[in-house]
Design a protein around this ligand. Structure first.
Ligand SMILES: [Zn+2]
Length: 262
């Protein structure tokens, strides 16, 4: 699943293509025909990311809400638009670019009330300037749930996915199994600021890089991790432990990240 940096990067890239322009909105696949018809012909006034959600605002006050989920993807190109590839749920066409969205988990038109309801249920997004970390801290310190799960809960803190979760906790020497209520304030502050730093770097490079002072790797996605899917800890050389947490795999170094006492 794309993590928050992917969606913020998409917002930045697509702003140049669509904002301030009148869009022709269609649903080549047909599953979003009514919504597309409602938006088509209006000017797109803004594009913003909220955690893993992307919102395209339109002049009449409603917005197109997209959540890619596990399989969704964006495809962008300059005009003239080519034939849609695969099941394109929604096509946004400006005078200069075409944005195709395939397989999103959520694709809907929201009115102002719907927008408010959505943004109210999303936790503070580490990549947004208006994010209030106190809201995340209030939920974390009141919870018995592990910090590893809380960091993935988008209603607690938005934008962090499985790889960033694993890497940030290792960098800050906090074990994923530690209950939220046992986390101290200093550790929370360092987790928050590290998340801001790493996800901003992710937006810049369009890739997850959690190792300090490196550039993108030569792999397909250019990623660089410390312990995610690795065998040994780069800091202490111990074996990395892999386990399941809420059906997602998580990794830890039980030397650098001391496990909580049970
Ligand atoms: Zn270690």
């Amino acid at each position: 699943m794309p993590e928050g940096h992917t969606i913020h990067r998409a917002a930045i890239d697509q702003r140049k293509m669509l904002v301030g322009k009148r869009l022709v909105v269609t649903s080549p696949q047909g599953r979003f025909s009514a919504g597309a018809e409602e938006l088509s012909g209006q000017t797109c006034t803004a594009i913003e990311a909220y955690g893993k959600h992307l919102l395209y605002h339109f002049q009449m006050g409603s917005a197109l809400h997209i959540h890619l989920g596990l399989y969704g993807q964006f495809r962008t190109a300059k005009v003239p638009a080519k034939e849609p590839r695969g099941a394109v749920r929604v096509r946004l066409l400006s005078n200069s670019h075409v944005v195709d969205i395939n397989g999103p988990n959520t694709c809907e038109v929201l009115d102002r009330a719907g927008l408010k309801a959505l943004t109210n249920r999303i936790g503070p997004d580490v990549l947004r300037e208006d994010a209030d970390p106190e809201k995340a801290w209030a939920k974390i310190k009141a919870s018995r749930v592990s910090i590893g799960q809380l960091l993935m809960d988008q209603s607690v803190i938005a934008g962090i996915g499985n790889i960033y979760r694993t890497e940030i906790l290792w960098r800050q020497k906090v074990h994923p199994a530690l209950p939220g209520k046992s986390l101290d304030r200093v550790s929370f502050d360092s987790i928050w600021s590290d998340a801001v730093k790493l996800l901003q770097l992710g937006v810049k490079h369009n890739s997850i890089i959690t190792v300090d002072n490196v550039t993108k790797s030569k792999t397909r996605y250019g990623e660089r991790f410390n312990i995610f899917a690795k065998e040994t800890c780069p800091s202490c050389r111990s074996e990395i432990r892999k386990f399941e947490m809420a059906a997602r795999r998580v990794f830890s170094c039980d030397i650098c990240q001391v496990p909580p006492e049970i």
